[in-house]
Design a binder for this molecule. Structure first.
Ligand SMILES: [Zn+2]
Length: 221
């Protein structure tokens, strides 16, 4: 059986893609980028009797992390994992102005323990197991300074966050100095991805999933 991947689309108009990936034999599972607190996602985990071991964060923009809370409530042992360069981005989500916008426009509230929740730092090339599958961290800064992709090499799949989508590259614009990225870094990361994930299926942070070939060839020449 291949690694099973289910897609959930979250966070209001941001339409952020959250993924549940699991080994159907071993029942280990991981969630990539939980954008929203979601009963649907929790039910999928419990209905399939899965064990949530890791919550993987490609980058800490709020639309990718906001659902951490109810996952941690339901599965306290699940480790939130992100690159250390994303800590300032994670923390920036608690800025007063951000909180105000979230409350007024989206009707969501940052929890009080948001800053203190335990996080585990991941490094380039680190391997995280999901049952018999291995997700390898590939450090791909640019969209943010600590953006990463997660690659399952035997399955030829990659969770690419907002670094690349199936039809376009990510951007580096964000209205806050701490959370915005760097175009030169992004270009280098895309060149790296061209070597590392040619022929892979990519599961990006927004839009559809699909073959990496089109974006890596046509958008990078
Ligand atoms: Zn983003």
């Amino acid at each position: 059986m291949p690694l099973i991947i289910k897609q959930f689309q979250f966070f209001k108009s941001f339409k952020e893609n959250c993924y549940l990936a699991y080994d159907s034999e071993d029942k280990s599972c991981t969630v990539v980028d939980p954008g929203e607190e979601s009963e649907k996602l929790l039910n999928e985990i419990t209905d399939n009797k899965l064990k949530l071991t890791h919550i993987l964060i490609t980058h800490a923009h709020l639309d990718h992390v906001f659902g951490y809370y109810n996952l941690k409530q339901a599965f306290p042992e699940a480790k939130i994992m992100l690159h250390e360069n994303e800590i300032p981005v994670w923390n920036a989500n608690t800025k007063c102005s951000t909180k105000m916008i979230l409350k007024l426009i989206f009707g969501v509230k940052i929890r009080n323990d948001y800053l203190n929740i335990q996080k585990y730092l991941i490094k380039d090339k680190q391997v995280i197991s999901v049952g018999k599958y291995n997700l390898e961290v590939l450090f791909t800064p640019g969209h943010t300074h600590g953006s990463v992709c997660f690659l399952e090499r035997s399955e030829k799949i990659a969770f690419t966050g907002d670094t690349i989508f199936t039809d376009m590259l990510g951007n580096t614009k964000y209205p806050n100095a701490k959370t915005q990225g760097n175009q030169e870094q992004l270009n280098q990361s895309v060149q790296l991805l061209k070597k590392e994930i040619a022929g892979y299926i990519i599961y990006p942070g927004h839009r559809n999933y699909g073959d990496s070939t089109h974006v890596l060839q046509s958008k990078t020449e």
